[in-house]
Design a protein around this ligand. Sequence first.
Ligand code: NAD
Length: 487
Amino acid sequence: MSIKNTPITVARGDGIGPEIMDATLRILEVAGARLDINEIEIGEKLYEKGIMNGISDESWDTLRDTKVFLKAPIFTPMGGGFKSLNVTVRKTLGLYANVRPSVAYHPFIDTNFPNMDLVVVRENEEDLYAGIEYSQVDGAVQSIKMITRAGSERICRYAFEYAKANGRKKVTCMVKDNIMKMADGLFYEVFQEIAAEYPEIENERYIVDIGMARVAANPNEFDIIVTENLYGDIVSDIAAEVTGSVGLGISANIGETCAMFEAMHGTAPDIAGQGIANPSGLLLGSIMMLTHIGQGDVAEKVHNAWLKTIEDGIHTGDIYKEGVSKERVGTDDFTKAVIERMGQKPEQLPARSYPKGEGGLVLPPLKERAAVSKELIGADVFVEWREADRASGADALADIARKALVDGIDLSIISNRGTKVWPDGGAETFCAPMWRLRYKAKSGSLSSTQITKLLDNLYSVGLPFVKVEKLYEFENGKPGFTKAQGE
Ligand code: NAD
């Protein structure tokens, strides 16, 4: 009985993309990968045709049909209204988990950390990457950090399930919840809830700044790191760099139904077309793809042939080191060397073995949660006001803001750039022209009508609002807002 091929979508990308994709596909073919390849064109050529997101409608159809995408790097135009295709694909296909393994290949690839083997599991859809930014006042911009319980639960769950499936021992959460008490606080709260379901896996938390410093100084301490989108972006690059080569970094983007696999590096325009690019990042990405589609047998063959090639000192220029490497080769000869070693195993580096059969992690559904009721207790009203640029000038603003009061509401504080500036503002505190007036109920809760009336009054007293945030208190006692610095 013949085994069915798995349909996948392939994009050769820009710069060195076509060279490394060609090398990868040649190796996969010789290894006997059971694939039906559907090619799509994305990136630079599409941007040149004025397709702002770099991908055509037909290509979306192909991606949705195959659900598996092996992608070479693509050029991302700066500015001019072009959207990052990488971010668009991740978000459109719901690829919520970005998995980035960083492994040292000591002594064959130079590194200070011979035993390093860590995986960053990065949340891929939320955080500052949601790209929700506003400017309502010239010279002041707000970028919204979006963290949800569901998004945090999915990524933390993925990290622990990945740990379980791959025999990993520890999951480290990196957050900055001492500062972003609500956003990072929620991420860490969910992490703790999920961690409790996996008592066999150790868990710990690092504040992200010291956590990243530890990754740079002693990456051997870490096994799996789970973190938010922006921190994950940074820490995975640090981790890849300290393995000795960013060129070997992999990025797997996993969703509930679709997945995308790629190298971590970009299009390397400086070496494109010269035949010297290292195809290893994309090849290693394709190995993750093979395990994902249940072709662990092929993944194992390719991975071991690649490890043997590295061990035999056959290296492309980016990882070549005099005294360590034996032969400096271009893309083509490197590819041939891997193909020649198909069926062999490394002798010093640990050989890889992958489970055969069904691949991919199947996660349980999100936890059910009872709805939590909330009470409206006030509103933060942002206004543009240019009469003062120091906190000591805020008394005048408070006088106007209080003229707008309605029954049952009081002006509680005024803050500027997150710091309380009234009452008792300091002469030193610099203020931007966007001020936040915090109005609160004198007691109990407020109606939306009271808030609307307050906003109307503000117009009447010459303080039109540019933005409003309602203030809620949740039934479980949690406030729906933070205090200003100094409040
Ligand atoms: P880059 O990763 O392309 O290059 C950085 C350096 O690493 C260069 O010196 C390059 O020659 C070298 N390098 C990278 N990959 C290599 C490989 N496989 N073999 C040998 N050397 C390699 O980063 P960049 O120069 O900042 O970005 C170039 C372009 O790539 C930009 O347009 C950027 O937007 C895009 N990019 C795309 C992706 C993606 O599609 N996933 C990721 C990152 C950057």
